[in-house]
Design a binder for this molecule. Structure first.
Ligand code: PMP
Length: 354
């Protein structure tokens, strides 16, 4: 750290991004990306837009917003596109948290929430998950701050039902509730349909997982026109051209190629169910996942050991060195063939170290 670094930030613990290894080819199951390439239509639109790169993009991203309004059955004024959904979440921290309005979220959840709280110098209130790693919705009623819930949650993969989220939103008339639906397309229920009923609800989604565009950085916030107006104030005060032209074009292609999107989500869900059955057969405990990853542990072998044994054999997964998480590994769901190979590798490891 240089002597010039702001004192305000000297204790900050930045988010640790998953490895993007350059050394060799892994079965890469560590950052919850899609194993499928972007839709061919997405790539075509992206290529066609590249020649216009000399010009700034339309900061309202009207073409993308029009298509997205159709996709989600909302009005154009209910949408704000962002540079990944991380940016939408950060905008919400900036817009709706301050020294008297803490960010409220589970103690086990997406690791970026505490970092957003820290970088924005706002207090946080972390609510422990229950023993079984689920959320007790009553813990979030009248939360006394801005609520952030990933649904499905990360890294557990466990989802709340839409009716349960609605109870949380209805029981926070004085607070904003942000539902982070990064993984919703793999079997959970979306709350987008509730934005007309509740003016305190923001739903965020990403194109990084189910729409195969992690590298394009496309996220979205969906909420009442008034809340989107607040978030736009933040956007125009930080980064008006927050998506590149090519990313916006890729986003349009991803939304219009619905068949490709649906097929890929189905394939991931199928591969997940196959993989979970196999892991359980091998003696693993696996939390019930509605995401494109599973969180699994094996008796008394710690997560770090499983992670490194898998890495040595060419399978990259993620482990978290934290209380209640360190016995687990988080394994992204790839293609069926990726998961078959992973099952073989896991079996081999168990033979050697059991
Ligand atoms: N929310 C959750 C729960 C996530 O796991 C991620 C991915 N790391 C994000 C949001 C952000 O994804 P992106 O910025 O790629 O849209």
């Amino acid at each position: 750290m240089s002597e010039y670094f702001s004192k305000r930030l000297k204790d900050i613990m930045p988010y640790t991004a998953g490895e993007q290894p350059q050394d060799k080819k892994y079965i890469k199951l560590n950052t919850n990306e899609s194993p499928f390439p972007p839709s061919p239509f997405s790539l075509r639109l992206c290529r066609e837009s590249a020649g216009d790169m000399l010009l700034y993009p339309d900061p309202e991203y009207n073409s993308l917003v029009k298509v997205a309004a159709q996709t989600w059955g909302v009005n154009e004024e209910n949408l704000l596109f962002t540079n990944g959904s991380d940016e939408a979440l950060n905008f919400a921290f900036i817009a709706y948290c301050d020294k008297d309005t803490p960010a409220v979220f589970p103690d086990i959840t997406y690791g970026f929430y505490p970092v957003f709280a820290a970088i924005n110098c706002v207090p946080k209130k972390e609510i422990p998950l229950k023993e079984d790693y689920t959320i007790d919705i009553k813990d979030y009623f009248n939360a006394g701050g801005t609520v952030f819930i990933a649904n499905p949650n990360a890294p557990t993969g466990i989802a709340l039902k839409k009716a349960e989220i609605e109870e949380i939103v209805a029981n926070n008339p004085d607070n904003i509730v942000v539902i982070d639906e990064a993984y919703v397309d793999f079997g959970a229920e979306s709350c987008v349909g509730l934005i007309d009923k509740y003016d305190n609800l923001i739903v965020t989604q990403t194109f990084s997982k189910s729409r195969s565009l992690a590298g394009a950085r496309v996220g979205v916030a969906i909420a009442s026109a008034a809340l989107i107006g607040d978030l736009k104030t933040v956007k125009y005060s930080t980064n008006p051209y927050n998506l590149s032209r090519t990313s916006a074009a890729a986003g349009i292609g991803a939304l219009l190629d619905e068949e490709y999107f649906n097929d890929n989500c189905e394939k991931i869900i199928e591969a997940r169910e196959f993989f979970v059955k196999k892991l359980v057969g091998l003696g693993f405990s696996v939390l019930p996942s509605k995401a494109n990853f599973v969180f699994a542990k094996y008796k008394d072998i710690c997560g770090e050991k499983l992670y490194s044994e898998l890495k040595n054999r060419g399978v990259l997964v993620r482990f978290f060195n934290k209380p209640r998480l360190k016995d687990f590994i988080r394994i992204t769901i790839g293609t069926k063939s990726d998961m078959e190979k992973t099952v073989e590798t896991v079996s081999e490891i168990l033979k050697v170290i059991k």
